[in-house]
Design a binder for this molecule. Structure first.
Ligand code: ZN
Length: 285
């Protein structure tokens, strides 16, 4: 009996410790020109399966409710927010909560796909995301040329954002040593997705981790990057148009590892063995 008691005690403590170790993560959705009702469960599933997060979802009122001002989840409870949201601008109080907590390094941010279309008139948000889906006067553009050099196109010159290519595309790592992508092949094939191009923004304090060559623009478009906002960490990928794109095991790994990095600055979630290769897409069912 004594052995059993000791076992229960140790096992109980271990369980409590692992529960405490989980990173509190909040997905925000509720308005989007994409099917958030279908994609949030995929995001949630991926994050839960990693075992590293306790995941909550906060859904805003719909536009018809005319109640966005009342939406104010308690962000202090979380270490990281994943934005699956592209809709009305939040109320001033929530904007302030968000800016303060992120700037103080208490809340990490993960921006997925159309979340970078949101909040065009919110300067701090534009800084946080680095660049997003904007008209050609929405800031500078960044691309990588064939020699691997980063090229900046000034605000107002060239095209506004688009997805001039949709389909499977290769992701090329530009900093293979960054904790989020370390251990991934330097080139891997992503499932069918919209390949965002000509993204625009202040592009301040950003670190480019991965690009994808667009057959639409004939240059390498930013596909994975981080932004330093004050003391805060922002992780951004414009991948993830729909369920097909999100079921790519490459996207899933980028999402879970990017979320852990945004929350803690470190990554412990392993790269899955069945990761995509340079020539083969790998997806979960
Ligand atoms: Zn899309």
């Amino acid at each position: 009996m004594r052995f059993l008691a000791a076992f229960v005690a140790i096992f109980g403590v271990a369980c409590a410790a692992s529960a405490q170790d989980k990173i509190p993560l909040l997905i925000i959705d509720g308005q989007n020109n994409h099917n958030w009702k279908a994609t949030t469960p995929i995001l949630k599933d991926v994050l839960n399966r990693s075992g590293r997060f306790s995941v909550d979802v906060a859904t805003t009122p719909s536009k018809e409710d005319k109640a966005i001002q009342k939406f104010r989840p308690d962000l202090k409870k979380y270490a990281v927010v994943v934005l699956n949201y592209n809709g009305e601008t939040w109320g001033k109080e929530l904007q302030n909560d968000f800016e303060t907590l992120v700037g103080e390094g208490k809340l990490g941010v993960v921006v997925v796909h159309a979340a970078n279309n949101a909040f065009g008139n919110w300067n701090e948000y534009n800084q946080m995301i680095g660049m997003g889906w904007r008209g050609n006067k929405g800031g500078d553009r960044l691309y990588v040329d064939d020699s691997g050099k980063e090229v900046r196109v000034p605000n107002g010159q060239g095209d506004g954002s688009g997805h001039r290519y949709t389909g499977e595309f290769s992701v090329t790592l530009r900093d293979a040593q960054h904790p989020v992508v370390k251990g991934m092949p330097t080139e891997w094939l992503h499932a069918k997705d919209e390949l965002y191009d000509n993204m625009r923004g202040p592009i301040k304090d950003i670190h480019l981790i991965g690009t994808a060559y667009s057959k639409g623009t004939k240059v390498h478009e930013p596909m994975i990057w981080t932004v330093a906002f004050g003391k805060g960490r922002v992780f951004h990928t414009p991948m993830g148009h729909d369920v097909v794109a999100m079921k790519c095991l490459g996207f899933a790994s980028v999402l879970e590892r990017g979320s852990e990095w945004a929350a803690t600055g470190k990554v412990s979630i392993p790269v899955p063995a069945e990761f995509p290769t340079a020539t083969a897409v790998k997806s979960s069912r």
